[in-house]
Design a protein around this ligand. Structure first.
Ligand SMILES: Nc1nc2c(c(=O)[nH]1)N[C@H]1C(S)=C(S)[C@@H](COP(=O)(O)OP(=O)(O)OC[C@H]3O[C@@H](n4cnc5c(=O)[nH]c(N)nc54)[C@H](O)[C@@H]3O)O[C@H]1N2
Ligand SMILES: Nc1nc2c(c(=O)[nH]1)N[C@H]1C(S)=C(S)[C@@H](COP(=O)(O)OP(=O)(O)OC[C@H]3O[C@@H](n4cnc5c(=O)[nH]c(N)nc54)[C@H](O)[C@@H]3O)O[C@H]1N2
Ligand code: SF4
Ligand SMILES: [Mo]
Length: 850
């Protein structure tokens, strides 16, 4: 972005970190504060008219809120919600402010660096030395040219973590034009299983929005919208209203922030949500509480749903749903609350009471499924079982129910097919490194065998060079050896990649294995981009813009870096990427081709959003008069939600809400056919129990849990911190100062929360140093006795345990972690039907005194 770089000393990585600390930073609670970076409060500033509120986008979590940042003399000093957003309505969350401590993190990487220690390993100091952008990009381009000249472009790989919708420039088109099939996203580490239930019932492979202001019953499953999940800002603002009107029930093994304020807490045993959901469906049907205008009724009007009794399909006429009676006969008829109570360890009366309350609130009753019951080895059906309750009460697409994203008119980037030469065409046809689509990894994104990613299995692909070795890789905004279950495996994988580039703000665990580290812009203050997210009945498109000045030459991951690499490749005789950029990304206002990376980034963003700001191309949503006005407002909103427009027109095989999923049947049969096996064999290969027709309906599956109960008596419950900006908060002083915002947690500590019933016999007391041991690893942390965890389980926030990233994140940078990383004890396993990594209901552990 055309700024002067001034950090050119030849410093090794460790020395570099030391030198990059702010001079004069004060120490507090053992941690240096960055007050040197915060010159004044915004209030004081605005009184004296010193600064200006500028629009921004927060990606501290996947809420993707529209923000405003108060900027004084090029420096950001305060963050607040952008009042122009109809999704987050000017609201914020505690961690939104951490953006300031991230962007001015003294440990940020300020210059490109290269590794000088050729040996890679966690115990090997990379001995990074600063280099120029030119040298860094020349080196990367040379490595890519080697693959091109040897016609082995499939050995190139692109890994992405968090992203904006500019991603396709780096992630998709650049990878394909070079000639590789291996663009691997983080999505399966994130929430893919959560889309499985909605897709195979209502044809929606996406997150839902929840109409909380118009609902009478909110039933949550392992979602904690006051802390995590999506639209935390909006739900935090609207929750008071919702609580006034609606009953809130939450199935959660621990007392989460949302559970603390709920009417009913169902502390389910991890992995047993499916049992409770099936029992609730059973009660809703036997009590005659289903929503007849949506689901239909018995032809003679007499309810034949009686415990244990088969029902004839002809006796029931459905309206907007499909397969209710099949579901009853195959799964529900015997699934009483008493049966579920034994599985889930909660009272049958509570299950019955919640089911009846939920059913009576139909259709303004929502079943809200988060990661807890779905990011599990058998989570695909857990997701269907919990989500199907929305079909029973007719709340799908309805007032006070669960809604799809609204339509917004963003544009995809120009086509690049004509820039793929023969080498690229051949290269991209190779099998993918994550093994998606193989028998044991159906990864049925939108029903397509191999349509999704199996992110964490790419580590296996790389380690075993299966289907081929990876020689050159670029990764951005990801930290897989920290963020993926059994992340240690990624250390081995990364060691095997001879040339790895990491584009990052901080020297994270992943960067430790890199050959080149490129200093990235912070997404909130320094990048051109846009995202889309939905809530409150709207979808908004907030813009990301460079709004502050920094004295370092950061480059934008998704646009500027691919543009610069395209130029370097062109200088080496391969100009397809550069031609794609200059020929196809012309300024939509002036028709001018981009002449540098900054222009390219802005033109690309204008192309992606042109229908939102160019009145001549407008198709719906806010009316914005030109690019300058869009940049000033910073966000565009969709039209309001069109309720009930999808009833009878869902993107399922039947067009209906499917309780018997013809859509899933088709998908599984196609996958089975591709491998010459039966659907039962697919179930077996994917670790599911269902056989026969049961595979096509929402149903209970016994959880698949690693570790036997004799050696590992406790079930491990992982959860997100209210302060986690995904894996990126741990170098922020406020993270430690405010940690007790997480119920049960302690400031300046990383605690494992144990019920006193379990802690007593182990002789544990508050503050004891402990080890948590699982079948795959051991971490160290601090014991906390707390009644908010279900006896028999131990709950711990994800987020600490960094051994790199910065001087606060780790106890000793490059050596000793601060706290314990949950991922080192969670085994790498999957809901193979979606490709998602399993985190919950996945492992047993034991606790030892350290
Ligand atoms: N145990 C456990 N593990 C989890 C989760 C959990 O709840 N529990 N959550 C999972 C989920 S939902 C997700 S989505 C994944 C996320 O996992 P990843 O996609 O791997 O992302 P992060 O861990 O957030 O790491 C992002 C990295 O990008 C760099 N970085 C930081 N800030 C910026 C920035 O502003 N710009 C750029 N370009 N780079 C930056 C840093 O190197 C940082 O380590 O983690 C998953 N891992
Ligand atoms: N504060 C914060 N918010 C975030 C993020 C963040 O890093 N920090 N990340 C964002 C991202 S990337 C994503 S993908 C979303 C994910 O948002 P969610 O899907 O809502 O979050 P998860 O962390 O996957 O959900 C885990 C929850 O399930 C509970 N749980 C664990 N085991 C079980 C079980 O067996 N049954 C039930 N019922 N519950 C169980 C845990 O205690 C925890 O509350 O969150 C986003 N919001
Ligand atoms: S951290 Fe999440 S909820 Fe908070 S402001 Fe940022 S995007 Fe919104
Ligand atoms: Mo995520």
């Amino acid at each position: 972005m055309g700024k002067e770089r001034r950090d050119e000393q030849g410093l090794s990585r460790r020395v570099f970190l030391k030198h990059s600390l702010v001079t004069g930073a004060a120490a507090y609670g053992g941690f240096p504060l960055m007050n040197a970076f915060v010159p004044a409060t915004a209030e004081a500033a605005s009184n004296t008219q010193m600064g200006e509120w500028k629009p921004a986008t927060c990606q501290g979590c996947t809420s993707w809120c529209a923000k405003q940042v108060y900027v004084i003399n090029g420096r950001a000093v305060k963050v607040r919600g952008n009042p122009h957003s109809k999704v987050n309505l000017g609201a914020g969350c505690p961690r939104s402010h951490f953006g300031l401590q991230q962007v001015y993190d003294p440990d940020r990487i300020k210059t490109p660096m290269k590794r000088t220690n050729p040996v890679k390993g966690r115990d090997q100091d990379p001995k990074f030395v600063p280099i120029s952008w030119d040298e860094a990009l020349d080196t990367i381009a040379d490595k890519i040219m080697e693959l091109r000249n040897n016609h082995e472009t499939e050995k190139y790989m692109l890994m992405r973590g968090r992203y904006s919708y500019m991603r396709d420039i780096l992630y998709d088109s650049m990878t394909k034009i070079i000639g590789s099939p291996n663009n691997i996203s983080h999505s399966a580490l994130c929430a893919e299983a959560e889309k499985f239930g909605p897709y195979f019932t209502e044809g929606l492979w996406d997150y839902r929005q929840y109409d909380v202001e118009n609902t009478n019953y909110i039933l949550l499953w392992g979602a904690d919208p006051l802390s995590a999940n999506r639209q935390v800002s909006y739900y935090s603002k609207a929750w008071g209203l919702a609580l006034d009107k609606a009953t809130v029930a939450i199935a959660e093994p621990r007392l989460s922030s949302t559970a603390c304020k709920a009417d009913e807490w169902l502390p389910v045993e991890p992995g047993q949500d499916g049992a409770v959901a099936s029992a609730m469906a059973h009660v809703i049907l036997t009590e005659g509480l289903w929503y007849k205008p949506f689901v239909g009724d018995f032809i003679d009007g007499v309810n034949q749903f009686k415990e244990g009794a088969e029902v004839s399909e002809e006796s029931f006429k459905e309206v907007y749903t499909y397969g209710l009676v099949k579901w009853w006969n195959l799964e529900l008829k015997d699934k009483t609350p008493e049966w579920a109570a034994k599985k889930a360890g909660i009272p049958a009366e509570q299950i019955r009471r919640v089911a009846i309350g939920f059913g009576k609130a139909a259709p303004h009753a929502m079943s809200w499924v988060g990661g807890g019951p779905v990011m599990q080895v058998r989570g695909g059906y857990g997701c269907m079982a919990t989500h199907a309750l929305n079909g029973l009460v007719g709340s799908v697409d309805n007032i006070g129910g669960t809604l799809a994203p609204n339509k917004v008119y963003t544009s995809s980037f120009p086509k690049y097919d004509e820039y793929l030469d023969d080498t690229a065409q051949k290269g991209k046809k190779h099998g993918k490194i994550d093994h998606r689509g193989r028998l044991e990894f159906p990864a049925l994104n939108k029903g397509k065998s191999g349509g999704g990613v199996v992110t964490n299995n790419a580590a296996e692909g790389i380690i075993n060079a299966d289907p081929n070795e990876i020689k050159v890789a670029i990764a951005y905004m990801n930290n897989f050896n920290f963020s993926a279950p059994q992340g240690q495996r990624w250390d081995e994988a990364l060691k095997k990649i001879p040339f790895l580039t990491h584009i990052t703000t901080n020297a994270s665990e992943f960067s430790w294995f890199a050959d080149i580290v490129l200093p990235d812009t912070h997404h909130m203050f320094e990048k051109w981009g846009y995202v889309k997210s939905h809530g409150h009945g709207y979808r908004h498109v907030p813009l990301m813009q460079p709004i502050i000045d920094m004295p370092f030459e950061f480059k934008i991951d998704e646009t500027e870096i691919p543009f610069l690499l395209g130029k370097k490749l062109a200088e080496r005789g391969f100009d397809n990427l550069h031609r794609y950029h200059v020929e196809q990304f012309k300024d939509p206002e002036t028709g001018k081709a981009p002449s540098n990376e900054g222009e390219f980034a802005e033109y690309a963003l204008k192309i992606g959003t042109v229908k939102l700001w160019d009145p001549a191309k407008w198709q719906g949503g806010d009316k914005i008069n030109g690019w300058e006005e869009f940049k000033r407002i910073g966000v565009s909103n969709s039209d309001p939600y069109p309720y009930r427009k999808r009833w009878g027109k869902m993107k399922t095989a039947t067009g209906m809400f499917e309780f018997y999923s013809e859509t899933l049947k088709k998908a599984l049969e196609k996958h089975a056919e591709k491998h010459g096996v039966t659907v039962d064999q697919v179930m077996e290969a994917t670790k599911y129990e269902a056989r026969g027709e049961l595979a096509f309906v929402p149903h209970y599956e016994e959880p698949y849990i690693h570790g036997d109960s004799a050696d590992f008596p406790l079930l491990f419950v992982d959860h997100k911190s209210r302060l986690n900006r995904e894996g990126r908060s741990a170098n922020c002083p406020w993270y430690y100062e405010l940690k007790d915002l997480d119920p049960g947690d302690e400031n300046y500590a990383d605690v494992a929360k144990l019920n006193p019933i379990d802690a007593g016999p182990l002789g544990l007391k508050d503050g004891d140093a402990i080890r948590i041991v699982s079948p795959v690893g051991t971490i160290e942390c601090t014991a906390k006795l707390w009644e908010g965890v279900r006896p028999g389980t131990v709950a711990k926030c994800y987020g600490q345990g960094h051994w790199a990233y910065g001087h606060l994140a780790s106890k000793e940078f490059g050596k000793t972690p601060r706290g314990g990383n949950n991922n080192f004890i969670i085994p790498a396993d999957y809901d193979r039907l979606s490709g998602a990594s399993a985190y919950y209901g996945t492992t047993r552990v034991r606790i030892e005194k350290a």
